[in-house]
Design a protein around this ligand. Structure first.
Ligand code: SF4
Ligand code: SF4
Length: 168
């Protein structure tokens, strides 16, 4: 190195020039979670248990989704609909308990494909992070879509483009 190079000034100036030039380039990163990227239409996120247009639960606890699930992530308990509960459950049987272990789920969508009642689909919601394993066990009340007769806005938001396709 000559005396000029030994001052390291050219290297420092070159480094500063590179840093400054990046200020004016298009950023590859975004300010998540304030900013969010839109996902492609094929994106499969958190499962949603669907209701019909009258707000009744569609799931009949037939278990086909659990059988189709390669990760054995779904468990449920069936119950019989009682007289006077017709406004809550669409069919004679319903899921008294329904759980998905999101630590097992691989978002393959087989549960959605297996369901004969359009009762489950994978939404556009990313599974939120959690601090405990128990926090990743999603129960029926976590998965059920808002009742369209009580919260039409929440229902429409939760529907997303995938469920619109399913319901139509
Ligand atoms: S998306 Fe796949 S792995 Fe996840 S619960 Fe459904 S069937 Fe199981
Ligand atoms: S979500 Fe569908 S496949 Fe799974 S138990 Fe309910 S009705 Fe059956």
């Amino acid at each position: 190195m000559n005396a000029w190079e030994k001052l390291y000034l050219p290297a420092v100036l070159k480094g500063m020039f590179i840093t400054l030039s990046h200020l004016f380039k298009k950023k590859a990163t975004i300010q998540y979670p304030e900013q969010k990227r839109s996902f492609p239409k094929v994106f499969r996120g958190l499962q949603v248990l669907n209701r019909d247009e009258e707000g009744r639960e569609r799931c009949t606890a037939c278990g086909l989704c659990a059988v189709a699930c390669p990760a054995e992530a779904i468990t449920m308990e069936a119950a019989e609909r009682q007289p006077g509960e017709e406004h809550l459950y669409r069919e004679e049987k319903y899921a008294a308990k329904y759980e998905i272990n999101m630590l097992r789920c691989i978002f393959c969508g087989f549960c959605e494909e297996a369901c004969p009642k359009d009762a489950i689909y994978l939404s556009e919601t990313v599974t939120p992070a959690n601090y405990s394993r128990a926090g990743f066990i999603y129960k029926k009340e976590d998965l059920l879509i808002p009742d369209p007769t009580k919260d039409p806005e929440g229902y429409q938001k939760a529907l997303g483009h995938r469920a619109k396709k399913i319901n139509n």
